[in-house]
Design a protein around this ligand. Structure first.
Ligand SMILES: Nc1ncnc2c1ncn2[C@@H]1O[C@H](COP(=O)(O)OP(=O)(O)OP(=O)(O)O)[C@@H](O)[C@H]1O
Length: 231
């Protein structure tokens, strides 16, 4: 579904060059759940942002099917993101003055073939919280609203950057369980960034990043149910 070849990313900070990615090649296969594992600073967010069309590589190639995203204009990248990619971040980025339902409707109002906000919220187990404002929801519930918002437009790809980074183990397990269910039920190709090696057990494949390079790719023979994960 997504194919990256020899991606590099160099940030310039005054005189200093930071090589965040140094020749990363990988594929995301349709329908799989991948965990991207690596220490802080290894380049995980940079890679995810490039794969999702939020950022562009300094060199290398990125294809979505036959579309060359490394050559795409800002406008084309915006369209790619809008039509095909859902994002989930560590901090939920919900609009405080809107209810859970209204936060999701922000996306479904402008998407091409969305599910109803109610269906999206049901999928993440929040049927009973639709008219709550973010401040009336726990961290895990807010993250599940953010997931509902990301999947309501039925994206082909769901990219999650440390989705459990601000949550405790039990609440984090629930959030990961929702991501695993969405991957299995809707077939959404999913990548989850984490520095927590335990989370790798829920994936089909685990890609390790170290110092801007892939150091290992591993296929799990069995996928552990996310709700069983404890850390
Ligand atoms: N906008 C930027 N400008 C300059 N340097 C950056 C920028 N974004 C990231 N970097 C640097 O690139 C490297 C990789 O950062 P990145 O955020 O991709 O790592 P990460 O693995 O996601 O880390 P973390 O788990 O701490 O979020 C780091 O050294 C970081 O300081």
């Amino acid at each position: 579904m997504l194919r990256a070849e020899a991606l590099s990313k160099v940030y310039h900070m005054g005189e200093v060059e930071i090589h965040a990615l140094r020749g990363v090649s990988l594929e995301l296969v349709s329908g799989e759940l991948v965990v991207l594992l690596g220490a802080s600073g290894s380049g995980k967010s940079t890679l995810l942002n490039i794969m999702g069309g939020l950022d562009t590589p300094t060199s290398g190639q990125l294809f979505y099917g036959d579309t060359a995203l490394h050559q795409a204009s800002d406008r084309e990248l915006t369209r790619f993101r809008r039509d095909h990619v859902g994002f989930v971040f560590q901090f939920y980025n919900l609009i405080p003055s809107l209810t859970a339902r209204e936060n999701v409707a922000m996306v479904t109002d402008i998407a091409r073939n969305p599910m109803r906000p109610e269906e999206a919220l049901e999928r993440v187990g929040l049927s009973g919280r639709m008219d709550h404002f973010p401040a009336q929801l726990s961290g895990g519930e807010q993250q599940r609203v953010a997931i509902a918002r990301a999947v309501a437009k039925r994206p082909e790809i769901l990219l999650c950057d440390e989705p459990t980074g601000a949550l405790d183990s039990n609440t984090g397990g629930l959030v990961l369980d929702v991501l695993q269910q969405i991957n299995q039920e809707l077939g959404t190709t999913t990548a989850v960034i984490t520095h927590n090696a335990i989370i790798a057990d829920m994936a089909n494949r685990v890609i390790r990043l170290s110092d801007g390079k892939i150091s290992d790719i591993h296929t799990n023979t069995t996928q552990r149910p996310a709700r069983e994960l404890q850390w």
